[in-house]
Design a binder for this molecule. Structure first.
Ligand code: FUL
Length: 755
């Protein structure tokens, strides 16, 4: 389907100057004389007024591929490779391929579970940063072909593509531009300073012809040629590819290597015409890996250069990417949808089934509602284990998430209602033009009262773009309209969550818009509220408070805490002896003192039991004393903040050559089993990638007991645990930072803990 609009002038609009003129005459979806596709990118001209810019923004629509990708809504990521076996987040590139010791693989099981969860597409890390390839590439020996998997003949991408076909899932590939094998190997191609010359893609390999006879000529160096050859393989030999995922993360760079992205793009557009490209012009990273969503996720955003010819794309992490104020400062307006990517497990790769945390179904369902219902796509990673399947815990969560999605959104409580039929007919192609004679509000009347606590709204973004800036929903209660929910933009989809109401009539009001909005869908749903998700917080004295987890952002129009409103009438029970808490466990009434112990808590609403929250708390920090630290900048960043039990404050060492350290007297002798480093999340400076832990009895003579390395801190600054090989008895500890993520000359620490 091509998005269309009609206008009354004769010329077909080509240039954006004409576009600027024409959109004054347009009204999306009305008139009948001529229809042309709306653009997904528009230039802002020097003399465009602020109103012109907003009108232009209101006419930017997704491309056909983007529109298809938006409708996938919930998709899967699979991180699998040597890291699955070495239990690391980032490999080094120097691993022996034999570490990929895969004896069994069940991609059918992955697909069955992803299908049950309601996912539509799966993206495999065909090559992660370590450079190890999961398919039978002609262009490297560093991959499955050199491992014992299926006698060196195994091909994970092939098995997955076959399972995808069998189960009706779309396939995507992740190919890391950063390649540590090609960086570290003496004959590696990455950054080898080779000449840019004209080369034919794919390069012929004797005895391994391609079925697809397309060839390309590009002016490239060795690494770009290698990358293009591999893209050619994965895009032509594994069925249709729907997404190509380019990670912006680079554990290391070398030799000033650059990427000839225009060549990559040309090859992808030719060989996978239905694919969206992530990390470049089609789909953008949401800006975090924690499942946090923006209150207003605009998919019409700005670029300083034309994104359709650009080579460089940086990560967009600001909170506001598309408000009017931001648009006024842009040079190009561009449709680029957000993907909310996070992992079901702590970290992207499988480590174990004992210590590695797995998100519970409340959490996954909550992210689903915020991501999909917040104008983005939800990309959830499920890392297979060393037996080549999803672990039972992950399966349980995914299957239950799918059930909740179907139970909640499978039934529209407005079925049979009277109101604008375009919003009630379930057809995304029909829409109600609000404004003009229609006004900017409409009423929907049900044949009988219904009880609901969710309303889903959609704009016809493919036809008319994103226009709603503020909206509200009212219910007719006790003889008057009562506002039950409100939010900012809608875009592809908005899910409003609110305490349940029983009503026969609802009213949708668009209270601010860029232009008359086209609403394509309104439905009401009931989510059977579960006992709330819990959160712990411990103070310096060791007292732990247990409370409902705050929603990632506040959906309540009146500024009250939405999670609090949605969760009433619950009780909390806990244990400190490692057993699973039941109603017979200790009842939580006030903060609990915990030291060197595991606290497990669960909430109950009536007889229904919520999910258990469990956390190991280490040594209480009350008596800790700072011995010494590498410089202090000012009060806010003083070293005491590294152990004040408050993640919002942090220590930043004085700029200078590494190593930097912080030495702490723990107040008395303790047995230490592990260290937890909590990075600060205010900016990306000073994240401690490598370091050592030293201990001392007198705070003067130190001995090194452990060294650690943490990967992926910049994109995923979540707490990192380092377990000691053997328990260590000491009174003083010194943490010495030897490597900073992305380099830099100072270290930052939000919190240090010892277990
Ligand atoms: C990050 C990578 O560094 C992680 O390992 C993971 O692949 C994630 C999806 O992107 O930037």
């Amino acid at each position: 389907m091509l998005p269309v609009f009609s206008f009354e002038i004769e010329q077909v609009m080509q240039k954006s100057i004409l576009f600027a003129l024409s959109i004054f005459l347009l009204s999306c979806g009305t008139g009948s004389q001529r229809s042309v596709p709306l653009p997904s990118t528009v230039r802002i001209e020097e003399n465009d007024s602020r109103d012109d810019i907003i009108r232009k923004a209101a006419h930017v629509v997704p491309t056909e591929n983007q529109w298809e990708a938006l409708r996938n809504e919930f998709i899967a990521f699979i991180h699998f490779g040597p890291n699955t076996f070495t239990r690391r987040e980032w490999g080094s590139g120097t691993e022996d391929p034999a570490v990929f010791d895969l004896k069994t693989l069940d991609t059918d099981q992955w697909c069955r579970v992803m299908k049950a969860a309601g996912m539509k597409l799966v993206i495999l890390t065909a090559k992660h940063h370590d450079g190890f390839v999961l398919w039978q590439s002609r262009y490297t020996g560093h991959g499955v072909m050199s491992s014992g998997f299926r006698g060196g003949k195994g091909d994970v991408l092939k098995e997955l593509s076959e399972s995808c076909r069998k189960y009706g899932l779309k396939l995507g590939v992740y190919l890391s531009p950063a390649d540590l094998y090609q960086i570290e190997h003496p004959e590696g191609l990455y950054g080898n300073r080779s000449e840019y010359t004209r080369r034919t893609i794919p390069r012929e390999v004797p005895g391994r012809p391609f079925g697809n006879k397309t060839t390309f000529e590009f002016e490239v160096d060795d690494y770009n040629e290698y990358f293009l050859n591999q893209l050619f393989e994965v895009l032509t030999e594994y069925g249709e590819i729907h997404e190509v995922w380019f990670d912006g993360a680079h554990p290391k760079r070398k030799g000033g290597q650059t990427y000839n992205y225009p060549a990559w793009r040309e090859l992808i557009r030719r060989l996978a015409p239905g694919a969206v490209i992530f990390g470049r012009e089609d789909v953008r990273w949401c800006g975090n890996e924690a499942g946090v969503t923006r209150q207003s996720e605009w998919n019409v955003i700005t670029y300083p250069v034309d994104p359709n010819t650009a080579s460089d794309f940086s990560d967009l992490t600001e909170t506001d990417l598309g408000s009017r104020e931001v648009l006024y400062r842009g040079k190009y307006l561009h449709y680029q949808q957000a993907e909310t990517n996070t992992s079901i497990r702590e970290g992207w790769f499988y480590r174990d089934d004992t210590h590695q945390k797995v998100r519970d179904v409340d959490d996954v369902f909550d992210i689903y509602e915020r991501a999909v219902g917040g104008n983005s796509t939800f990309l959830l990673n499920i890392p297979p284990n060393r037996e080549g399947c999803f672990s039972p815990r992950d399966v349980e969560v995914l299957v239950e998430t799918g059930r909740r999605i179907r139970d909640t959104y499978g039934e529209d409580l407005l079925r049979g209602a009277k109101g604008p039929k375009q919003v009630l007919d379930g057809d995304p192609e029909t829409y109600l033009m609000t404004g003009g004679r229609n006004g900017r509000e409409f009423v929907i009347t049900l044949p009988a009262p219904a009880t609901f606590n969710r309303v889903m709204l959609q704009e016809a973004v493919a036809s008319c773009g994103e226009r709603v800036e503020q909206h509200a929903v009212d219910a007719w209660l006790d003889g008057e309209w009562m506002e039950i929910a409100a939010a900012t933009n809608i875009g592809y989809k908005r899910i409003l969550r609110f305490p349940e109401v029983t009503a026969r009539r609802i009213r949708v009001r668009v209270t601010a818009a860029r232009l008359d909005p086209a609403i394509s869908h309104v439905s009401a749903h009931y989510y059977r509220t579960r006992p709330p998700q819990l959160a712990f917080s411990r103070d310096r004295e060791g007292w732990v408070t247990v409370a409902p987890r705050q929603a990632e952002f506040d959906w309540n129009p009146h500024g009250e805490n939405a999670a609090g409103n949605l969760n009433v009438g619950y009780e909390v029970f806990y244990t400190l002896d490692g057993s699973e808490p039941t109603r017979n466990a200790l009842r939580y009434e006030r903060p609990v003192w915990v030291e060197n112990n595991v606290l497990k808590a669960v909430s109950f609403s009536g007889d229904e039991r919520g999910t258990v929250l469990s956390e190991a708390f280490g040594i209480v920090k009350r008596d800790w004393r700072l011995l010494e630290a590498s410089g202090r900048r000012n009060d806010r960043t003083a070293a005491l903040h590294a152990f004040d039990a408050d993640r919002r404050s942090f220590w930043q060492s004085q700029e200078g050559a590494l190593p930097h350290f912080i030495a702490i007297d723990l107040g008395r002798v303790h047995v230490l089993n592990a260290m937890v480093y909590t990075p600060q999340t205010f900016h990306v400076e000073g994240l401690m990638e490598k370091g050592c832990i030293e201990v001392s009895d007198d705070g003067k003579s130190w001995r090194t007991v452990e060294c650690f390395e943490f990967g992926n801190l910049i994109n995923d600054p979540t707490p990192r645990l380092h377990r000691f090989a053997a328990p260590v008895t000491a009174r003083c500890v010194r943490v010495v930072a030897r490597g900073i993520a992305g380099d830099g000359g100072s270290v930052t620490v939000a919190e240090l803990d010892f277990l």
